[in-house]
Design a protein around this ligand. Sequence first.
Ligand code: NOJ
Length: 599
Amino acid sequence: MSSTTPAGTATFGETATGQHPWWADAVIYQIYPRSFADGNGDGMGDLPGIRSRLPYLANLGVNAVWLSPFYVSPQADAGYDVADYRAVDPRFGTLADFDAMLAEAHSLDLKVIVDLVPNHTSDEHEWFQAALPSQPHSAERQRYMFREGSGPDGSLPPNNWQSIFGGNAWTRVADGQWYLHLFDTKQPDLNWENPEVREEMVSVLRFWLDRGVDGFRIDVAHGLVKAEGLPDWSERASMVEGREHSPGVEDTGAEDADITGLETEPTPPYFDQPGVHAIYREWNSVLSEYEGNRMLVAEAWVEPAERLFHYVRKDEMQQAFNFGFLLAGWNAARLQASIEESLLEAGKVGAPSTWVLSNHDTVRHTSRFGLSDPTTFPKGLSADDEQPDEALGLARGRAAALVMLALPGSAYLYQGDELGLPEHTTLPHSVREDPAFFRTGGVERGRDGCRVPLPWTAASPGFGFGNYPEGNSGPNDDGARPWLPQPESFAAYAADRQVGVAGSTFELYRRALELRRAHRLGSGAVEFSELNDPARGVLSFRNGDVLVVANMGGAPVKLPAGYGMLAASTSDAIRGAAGVLAPDTSAWLRMVPNGSTGR
Ligand code: NOJ
């Protein structure tokens, strides 16, 4: 039995009153604006839509929302290509809509985190537009990563870097120079050696801090600084370094070299360079000028965990996404290893850990867990690929949620997790928008399948995503339908079929969040229990007075006597008078004082 100390919430960022800051144990809900709720019926989600659904999120019981980008953008990468950092894209509303949404969120006691994309701008940003007609080496060019080409006449790219979305990471401009884009051609990388870039991004931080946002999710936080001399790197780095999908390969995970899912690879010269940390130290001091425990959370696909937690040292960011946990899949040994490593490394720097199962860049976990190998990590799914077992994936997804929400630290939910929503695994290629699909020639199916607009009401056109005329339940040319088609199966997952309905996934999440607060699980500690047996697929730990048991093996697990059930991932998870936990389920138990089982 091993014990893992809590996430350092007693010391890290303590307020003057000795309380830990709000984010240390917060449950944060990711809103993907274009797919959350469409207030004006144009087929695209927007800020008024978000505002109208805030009471739903307050009822669910989350503490904060994180909004993916809603800024002015040509949408070459769904808004992660920002043309104006201080303005709302008309597709999503206006600054006044943002302010109204923020005020309403705060009135409901919900914090609001916005996305900051500092590694690159859109090519339609005024800086890049000014750089294009300017001379090589001009001040305008030096805001970006312009270089001379290689080869006798400079007609070859400056080095061999590949774009993370596929293809070359360099594009040539009319006068013969090349510019770097780690992502799409329309996302030129900024030059973070240039003080003007640093000053501008601090000014952008202040713009949103002054409006009252509670924090920022920092996109590609590990990518801003590139190695001196831009040395060659022959691999194509992936944003998401997971296990590729290998259908039919059985794997207990026990013999993996790196069990957390992040394979230990040499670091590319454009990721995790030591120089990035000075940037976050400066931002930390900017945030500290503001009241209310504002925070930064790093999107950094960095391994091993020890290096990831460098981003959350005391004077840097407050949180970093724990992708090792996300990549562990439905596997007790890999999850245990990830939990232990995360809490150990978090403890060393006195930061809380975070936990996450899905986001807008990953196949939804309910679908990944329904694949023949529930630890693999496909880069999108299409009709030609293995189709997940939807019921099995949902059962496991619900069970995994109870594991995640019992862990100390902060947990991130992706919109639709609380509905048990699956990936759209059969989207026609003709409707796909993800640049990764196009830049890999379709080898990567891309991320559209996890970005499908949410179903709110089962019987309405577009499942109530917006206010659409009768008969319009699929995409058409006039735009007055959800921007991506929803599968018919979404009807069963619609919010109106779940809110207030006993046994629904929504009510499971709502109850788990309520219990998490009541039992202070977010500020607790993990102690693996006597039931924990990863070789047999059993993950079990205590956090305070709650005993968590998850059955990822094939056989029922006998539960100890003397416990009552607080929550179970399905209504028939615990069976028989003696109490056994069925495969692919999980439960939260609590010792019953008089020794009766209470079941
Ligand atoms: C990470 C974001 O999550 C992803 O959606 C985006 O494509 C890349 N960064 C580039 O900004």
